[in-house]
Design a protein around this ligand. Structure first.
Ligand code: SF4
Length: 365
């Protein structure tokens, strides 16, 4: 049974009344109108925290036959791999190569963390996982880890170990949720259901691990109501942050082949449609969840569609402009927690605080 229609109705039928006068006097979240990850990081760490991609040679249970074969229909890991990365190099050398590139691109970065992004980075022998993470943490310029994985690759022993690392280092756990609709997950050959994602997020959060969920907007079979219902459903979970991605078709994937055969089977958003959907989604999302990404950009040589007339960097100001146009903000239509339907004054103050006013003693790692 698909739970989405039951979930969407209450949220959409009964939006929380907006304290309009207060809003117009001071739009929340420092004028952005959404709870931006970058603002949070600058407040907490006093500057930019940049991820350095590393590849530890892990695979994925949806490719090696354990859960499935062929992988998720949208997936081609080359689309997530930066050009500076050579997975044959030892981890320390991968980090050095990444730092040479990132030092030029983002001079003055406060901290770097190693990003285990491609494939499922908690899938493997525990001793091998530990050796990979510790090799990255041994690098003198690395302050922590960001680890991307599937929800079905997070046994309690791995979560316990990550929680232990998090006492000394920055640890961000990124869990691929992708959709909250089991029919969609099945259609994209994901190999797990949404209950699996919820369970992994709750078990990680119970260990005080900050969790970022990864969600793709526009997968085949999603409805607009279903995607908006996902905002309410994810808001009920103990998430620190969310990464949103528009569906892009990457060469060499099963989904790209479906689209080439019959484009009607994989409808794609143009930029205006996506920004309108983003604004609708964000208005229904808990104001406590940080937005770490609003979209993504596959390398042009690998991307088949869609081709937008805006750059990725324009998505954030365009979202703010759309929210301002409708006098909206993150959480305006969120009703999961009546107290949170309007950001608390403390939250607004925190959102507007400058890095200088934030004590660096709170920095982890
Ligand atoms: S998206 Fe992740 S889980 Fe799916 S096939 Fe690719 S690496 Fe595996």
């Amino acid at each position: 049974m698909n739970p989405v229609p039951e979930l969407v109705s209450p949220s959409l039928r009964a939006p929380a009344p907006a304290p309009v006068d207060k809003l117009r006097a001071a739009p929340p979240f420092g004028g952005r109108r959404y709870n931006a990850w970058n603002d949070h990081i600058k407040r907490r760490y006093g500057g930019r925290v940049q991820k350095v991609s590393v590849a530890a040679g892990f695979t994925c249970p949806n490719r090696d036959g354990t859960r499935g074969s062929g992988g998720c229909t949208f997936c081609n890991n080359a689309g997530f791999t930066p050009g500076y990365l050579d997975r044959r190099d030892p981890i320390a050398e991968q980090i050095d190569a990444g730092l040479r590139f990132l030092d030029r691109r983002y001079p003055g970065t406060a901290r770097f963390i190693a990003y285990f992004q491609t494939y499922s980075n908690t899938y493997g022998e525990f001793s091998r996982l530990r050796a990979s993470y510790e090799a990255a943490l041994a690098h003198p310029r690395i302050s922590g880890l960001a680890i991307g994985t599937r929800p079905d690759c997070l046994p309690d022993a791995v979560l316990d170990y990550l929680a232990e690392l998090a006492r000394e280092h920055i640890v961000e756990l990124e869990i691929g949720v992708e959709s909250c609709d089991d029919r969609v997950l099945e259609h994209i050959n994901r190999g797990h259901d949404h209950a699996c994602s919820e369970d992994a997020i709750r078990r990680a959060a119970a260990r005080d691990l900050p969790v970022t969920a990864h969600l793709i907007l526009g997968l085949p079979g999603e409805t607009r109501a279903g995607m908006l219902a996902a905002a309410a459903r994810l808001s009920a979970l103990p998430l620190q942050a969310l990464k949103l991605h528009q569906l892009q078709l990457v060469r060499g994937t099963a989904m790209a082949r479906d689209w080439q055969r019959d484009p009607a089977t994989v409808p794609l958003f143009d930029e205006q449609e996506y920004i309108a959907l983003l604004a609708d989604f964000v208005e229904r999302l808990s104001p406590d969840i940080l937005l770490q990404r609003l979209g993504s950009e596959v390398p042009p040589a690998l991307k088949l569609a869609p081709h937008w007339n805006i750059r990725l960097s324009e998505l954030a100001p365009r979202l703010t402009a759309e929210l301002a146009r409708r006098d909206g903000w993150q959480g305006r239509l969120y009703v999961g927690d009546a107290q949170a339907a309007w950001p608390s004054s403390a939250r607004i103050a925190a959102a507007q605080a400058t890095p200088e006013r934030t004590a660096l003693s709170s920095v982890a790692g």
